[in-house]
Design a protein around this ligand. Structure first.
Ligand SMILES: NC(=O)c1ccc[n+]([C@@H]2O[C@H](COP(=O)([O-])OP(=O)(O)OC[C@H]3O[C@@H](n4cnc5c(N)ncnc54)[C@H](O)[C@@H]3O)[C@@H](O)[C@H]2O)c1
Length: 277
């Protein structure tokens, strides 16, 4: 056995991260968290000005950043974004596929081929492209970490969200298959699976409902921790699993779910249990 080394802690000093969908919500908080920890960051986003805004915030933290505009589901865009990142920031240590869309929603019997293909194109093809492009140089360097954003909707299904659930489920096996292909090159591939997280994506969905506030409160109530997740909760898990201290974890699906996966039905505190300490 080699002599014990002091626990290094969580640091991204000298590292470069590439994040799709980094212009909002979980992706933006991930960019800022990795920058807090010392990383330079490239952000690819298709919403006009979104990547630039995150890049501005990363630079305010004293790190380098580049903003790239384009569709994370498009092969040429992703190939060029990786090349631009390598040219401007250096070799990529961490790649996070965060760009994701819900699609129009709806049950299987009402799902159009166009909706199915759009959701699969961004969520699954976009993640595949991140893994493939990141792997090209990570393999040669024998190091690197790739994180995909699945969902609780990938571990279980939500009714009326057919295309999204299919896409998020596919990411679990995409991560496992890629993890095996890259394992001997010491490159890890993992999924983080958030439950309901308060981001612009969720806020936008709630805004379409007449009783959005009530729905949000009921989401919070159904989670054993009594709250929905924050972008910080999810970014923390990403920062951990993509860091060298987690390099024994690959092919995993990590729930960040405020305890909802621990319960067999919608959690309610029984009336006979007092919450007061
Ligand atoms: N918010 C939740 O409750 C929740 C729960 C589970 C999983 N997720 C997943 O986490 C990821 C981030 O979600 P969020 O809530 O932060 O969403 P968000 O809408 O706040 O942010 C997503 C960002 O991705 C960008 N984007 C979407 N499609 C893109 C594309 N094709 N090309 C480039 N950029 C694109 C958007 O412009 C946006 O800036 C998604 O994959 C989502 O499915 C979210």
């Amino acid at each position: 056995m080699s002599p014990r080394e002091k626990f290094p802690g969580l640091s991204y000093a000298g590292k470069v991260a590439f994040i799709t969908g980094g212009g909002s919500g979980i992706g933006q908080e991930t960019a800022l968290t990795l920058a807090d920890l010392g990383a330079d960051v490239a952000i690819l986003d298709w919403t006009s000005g979104a990547a630039a805004e995150t890049a501005k915030q990363v630079k305010r933290l004293g790190r380098k950043a580049i903003a790239l505009d384009g569709d994370a589901g498009d092969e040429k865009t992703v190939v060029e974004a990786f090349a631009a990142t390598r040219a401007q920031l250096g070799e990529i240590d961490v790649a996070v596929a965060c760009a994701g869309v819900l699609g129009t929603g709806g049950p299987v019997f009402e799902t159009s081929v166009a909706d199915f293909e759009q959701v699969m194109g961004v969520n699954v093809r976009g993640s595949f492209l991140v893994v493939r492009e990141a792997a090209k140089t990570m393999r040669k360097r024998k190091q690197g970490a790739i994180v995909l954003l699945s969902s609780l909707d990938g571990l279980q299904a939500e009714h009326g969200m057919f295309s999204y659930c299919v896409s998020k489920g596919a990411l679990l096996n995409l991560a496992r298959a890629a993890a095996l292909d890259l394992a001997r090159d010491r490159v890890t591939v993992n999924c983080v699976c958030p439950s309901v997280t308060y981001t612009p994506l969720l806020a936008g969905r709630l805004a379409t409902l007449p009783n959005g506030d009530e729905v949000l409160a009921s989401y919070a109530d159904r989670h054993p921790l009594g709250r929905v997740l924050t972008p910080r909760d999810i970014a923390s898990a990403i920062a951990f699993v993509a860091s060298p201290i987690a390099n024994g974890i690959t092919g995993a699906a990590i729930p960040v779910d405020a305890g909802i996966g621990a319960t067999w039905d919608n959690f309610r505190t029984p009336s006979w249990i007092k919450n007061d300490p």
